[in-house]
Design a protein around this ligand. Sequence first.
Ligand SMILES: [Fe+2]
Ligand SMILES: [Fe+2]
Length: 170
Amino acid sequence: MNNPIELLYKEHEIITQAIKSTQALKSLIENDSEAYKNGMRIKIDFFRNYADKYHHAKEEEVLFPEMNKKNEILSDGIIKEMLENHEDFRELLKNIESLIEKNDYLLAHTEFEKYAIALSDHIAVENEEVFQIAETLFEEDELEKIYFKFLDSDSELGDSTKTSLEKAAI
Ligand SMILES: [Fe+2]
Ligand SMILES: [Fe+2]
């Protein structure tokens, strides 16, 4: 079966890989700050586009609304919390970017660490709670429909751009 949840787990793995590779840039602050700045710009672009556009679009525009339709209590509970987290991530990322552009690398990296913890926690809640709920809410044919909506969402945003963004996670 084409399982949409598997697709989201896979994207979470790629995002987690990007968190680790971004944390590893820290040593460049002392040794090669230009390389740090360039590296961070690439990572910020990854988080903004891959994590926020491609990944969050699937959750915000497809999966979460479908889950809310099945169980209204979710929309005021865990789903609301997940959406608030997405908003917080956008703000944190903007802040990191402006610190990078001001060449305030140490503070930028401290802020990135906060972002990394918050995003990792969010991914854990989705993996361990939200996706588990989703798997119990939907029948196989409903999951299949969600899967194809996910594919449509990716192709609307551009499949080749997604593939090239994935390379920036490493
Ligand atoms: Fe999310
Ligand atoms: Fe997610």
